[in-house]
Design a protein around this ligand. Structure first.
Ligand code: ARG
Length: 468
């Protein structure tokens, strides 16, 4: 926001003394809700056109309002608009300026509406826009994951449970797990958008309007899918904002998990990946350092979005119907949630593109962790050994390999046979990571062909989502 000033008079004849300056500053929201300006103007124009169509204001008034709003839009975009704290919020600032510019027509604009249904409409328009932008950014990030995954269906890394080496998986398969999470995130946003996209205008202060206004016409011109059905609910409902923030918190949680893995993977002890220098920073004291600041910050920023979700839930929990000034506190958490998400998602696609994979280090980690031990047990089961017995034989083999400081695949066939006489030389096929992943061909498995198919389906899904 550029200019704000405090030099305006009391705003209502109802009051016998001016509002205390401290109260004025405390209650004003224009310092942050100025961001709703373009949506406020859009909604006001839709309202004015409806008022004219219903013969509540004249065509001449409408022309004046349109001309005035045009001028105001320009003043705002060129940074010439003077925001006034004394005019409390974005709505009153714009309305007052309109009246300065066009006179009585400006004063007629507020017929049949209240700031209560006005602000609810503005936030919905803002959030619908933000949701669409975030959906696009999610798609970009999913494309980046697919692009990276495509080249790594044969790159084998250890899959972990309890952060201990568990079984081999392909790097592509691992990335595709995040693709799935983001897919659910997008579904959530799409669902949430439906509930955002309802029109509160017409509820007026809380009881509805006595003027012959046409709510459907306003809804249609603003692209809303329907009306808020109850005037009390229309002005006081913020479920859609909470739902959005919950969806945002889940997105941040997913990105925080991926960030945590990226941080671990680029630690030299793992050494599974390297990140482009453009995503890292150095240390002012330790010359050897290359720090993963971006994923660390993403992990950290998830906290503020969770916080905003709690703020909004707490904001609403004790409010009696209908509108209460408390609701003004919905904006900052919401704006910051959107800003954090947009900034994070925008950066994250290039972060994924900038990952350089180190297959040898992954391979080394697989060997050290006996990642194919389960495959050896499965091999014995196929030969008719009960799984529990196979499990025990393999456990003893692992202990021996550990003692000799080698991988299971490095054990001589004679040694392996001492753990179970059914082990034959063909065992070495299952003891390799390649052999292990090749068997996981069921839907959802890590076999290269299966993952390639998953990538193909995922690509088609993204094209469909974008209507291509
Ligand atoms: N600035 C207010 C808000 O954000 C607008 C609505 C004010 N309505 C009222 N009756 N004071 O919620």
């Amino acid at each position: 926001m550029n200019k704000t000033s405090c030099d305006s008079s009391t705003w209502s004849g109802r009051f016998s003394e001016p509002v205390d300056k401290l109260v004025q500053n405390f209650t004003a929201s224009v310092n942050f809700d100025y961001r709703l300006a373009s949506f406020d103007i859009e909604a006001s124009l839709a309202h004015a056109r409806m008022l004219c169509a219903q013969d509540i204001i004249s065509a001449h008034d409408l022309e004046d309002i349109e001309r005035g709003m045009n001028e105001i839009s320009q003043e705002i975009s060129e940074g010439r608009f003077e925001w006034k704290i004394a005019l409390e919020d974005v709505h009153l600032n714009i309305e007052r300026r309109l009246t300065e510019l066009v006179g009585d027509a400006g004063k007629r604009l507020h017929t049949g509406r209240s700031r209560n249904d006005q602000v609810a409409t503005d936030i919905r328009l803002y959030l619908r826009d933000a949701t669409d932008q975030i959906s696009i950014l999610l798609t970009r990030l999913q494309e980046a994951l697919l692009e990276k995954a495509q080249n790594h269906t044969h790159t084998i890394m250890p899959g972990f449970t309890h952060l201990q080496v568990a079984q081999p998986v392909s790097f592509a398969h691992h990335l595709m797990a995040y693709f799935e999470m983001l897919n659910r995130d997008d579904e959530r946003l799409t669902e949430c958008r439906k509930r955002i996209n309802r029109l509160p205008l017409g509820a007026a202060a809380l009881a509805g309007s006595g003027y012959p206004i046409n709510r459907e016409m306003v809804a249609q011109s603003l692209g809303f899918e329907g009306l808020c059905s109850n005037s009390l609910d229309a002005v006081s409902d913020r479920d859609f904002a909470i739902e959005f923030t919950a969806a945002a918190a889940l997105i941040m949680m997913h990105l925080s998990r991926l960030s945590e893995e990226i941080i671990l993977w680029m630690n030299p002890q793992f050494g599974f990946i390297d990140l482009s220098d453009r995503f890292c920073t150095g240390s002012s004291i330790m010359p050897q350092k290359k720090n993963p600041d971006v994923p660390e910050l993403v992990r950290g920023k998830s906290g503020r979005v969770y916080g905003h979700l709690m703020s909004l839930l707490t904001l609403m929990k004790s409010q009696p119907l209908a509108y209460n000034k408390d609701n003004q506190e919905d904006k900052e958490p919401l704006f910051d949630t959107v800003d954090t998400l947009v900034a994070t998602l925008t950066l994250y696609s290039s972060l994924i593109q900038g990952i350089e994979v180190k297959p040898q280090r992954m391979h080394q980690a697989l060997k050290q962790g006996f990642a194919t031990a389960t495959d050896l047990a499965d091999y014995l089961v196929i030969k008719g050994i009960p799984f529990r017995d196979a499990h025990e034989s393999v456990a003893r083999a692992v202990r021996e390999a550990e003692r000799l400081d080698c991988d299971l695949a490095d054990l001589d066939i004679h040694i392996l046979k001492t753990f179970h006489e059914s082990i034959e030389p063909d065992v070495y096929q299952v003891l390799t990571p390649e052999g292990s992943i090749a068997t996981r061909t069921l839907p959802g498995g890590t076999a290269p062909e299966t993952v390639k198919n998953a990538i193909k389906i995922a690509k088609e899904h993204l094209l469909k989502r974008q209507g291509k």
